[in-house]
Design a protein around this ligand. Structure first.
Ligand SMILES: [Fe+2]
Length: 383
């Protein structure tokens, strides 16, 4: 290794990570900023090596913690198989496809997916994507911890040409592989779905009340088998908003349904407003407060793909809530005023109960039947 190459491997003091250099060398568009209003329409460019169109999404809040990458397959096309050494979560932004996965000694397994499908491809597996439609593109969002891994082993070949496999991850119990996720008992906060395939996050309905974060919201935890990856999806009613809170960086948040906006700000600093609807993405930077507002006539939902647990941030512990979550009575008045104004532009009314602004421990009323499985009192959470 030359001295110059060594400098690249160890970083040259410009704040870039090894992953950033690899990403910039791929020659496809890189989208930066605090949010992307529509991942379904941002520019992609040809990625010759993968024989598809692609773009990288590197938002301020990702901070070298997570990868978010778009791939797009024109109608009727199939890309060459690729092998990848790390777990990878895939979310379908648009279109329908067929994914085939295999490993040495394990026969090929194919499954179909559609808009807003979410699935995990286990580390070491070879995968091949095909667009199931001839008349429209298939657009996927890929999420992995590659930026962290590349800081440990900078050689891309280690990730894309590594013969090491995990055939056992593709030989689970009968019926488990790319079967629709099932509800797990004894995990998380009462509504954990365990599996490697979620059909449509825009329609996933088995959720439990999420009292801690206000807004009358519900939550479901997503747990992938044998993986550190996972996340959660929050669903909250029209005319309401969540409590401001903060935690660590690297959460890839995408919107499966609904319309609204989120405000993100560092303590004492400028506010960033991220408008959203289906296909939007944003990532709150490390320790920035953020708050989600629903301006739809239907429940809005956001899917948050979690970083490695090392990056959760200590603030997620419940005992720190007083410092890391802003209860409604303590929030700045303009937060509520802006929400009323935004709803008014659509002819909608705020549906926040008045008592929520005077009683910090206001107990949101959940209709009978919405309580199933809910034991949320002691939950930790980045929700
Ligand atoms: Fe959050």
């Amino acid at each position: 290794m030359t001295q110059n190459e060594d400098k690249v491997a160890r970083g040259s003091g410009d704040g870039k990570f090894v992953y950033d250099r690899w990403m910039e060398a791929q020659g496809v568009p890189i989208h930066r900023g605090y949010f992307i209003e529509d991942l379904r329409t941002v520019d992609v460019g040809p990625w010759a090596e993968r024989e598809c169109n692609a773009a990288f999404i590197q938002l301020e809040g990702m901070e070298g913690v997570a990868e978010a990458r778009i791939s797009e397959l024109p109608g009727g096309t199939t890309v060459p198989p690729t092998k990848f050494a790390l777990d990878e979560v895939v979310y379908t932004l648009a279109g329908s496809g067929i994914c085939t996965v295999w490993a040495e000694g394990v026969s090929k397994h194919s499954f179909e997916f559609g808009p807003r499908s979410l699935f995990l491809i286990p580390r070491g597996a070879t995968r091949q994507f095909a667009n199931a439609r001839g008349d429209q593109p298939l657009r996927l969002l890929h999420n992995s911890y590659l930026p962290v891994a590349m800081s440990l082993e900078p050689d891309p070949e280690f990730y894309f040409s590594n013969p090491y496999g995990h055939p056992e991850l593709l030989q689970p119990k009968e019926g488990e592989l790319y079967a629709v996720a099932s509800r797990a008992s004894g995990m998380g906060r009462g509504a954990t779905w365990y599996g490697n395939f979620f059909t449509d996050m825009g329609a996933w309905e088995d959720l439990v009340p999420h009292r801690q974060r206000g807004g009358g919201g519900h939550v479901v935890d997503v747990s992938f088998p044998h993986s550190q990856m996972g996340g959660h999806m929050s669903v909250f009613p029209p005319g309401t908003y969540k409590k401001g809170h903060r935690h660590g960086p690297g959460r890839v948040i995408v919107i499966p349904a609904g319309e609204g906006y989120s405000i993100m700000w560092p303590e004492g600093g400028e506010k960033v407003i991220a408008p959203w609807h289906e296909g939007s993405m944003f990532t709150p930077p490390d320790r920035w407060f953020h708050q989600h507002f629903n301006t739809s006539v239907t429940p809005a939902r956001y899917l948050a793909l979690a970083p490695l647990p090392q990056f959760n941030g200590h603030s997620e512990k419940v005992e720190d809530r007083a410092r890391d979550q802003i209860e409604y009575p303590r929030e700045e008045a303009w937060i509520r005023e802006m929400f009323v104004e935004e709803l008014g532009k659509k002819g909608l009314d705020i549906l926040m109960p008045e008592e929520a602004y005077t009683n910090a421990s206001y107990d949101w009323g959940y209709a009978a039947g919405q309580e199933k499985g809910a034991v949320l009192g002691a939950a930790s959470g980045d929700r």
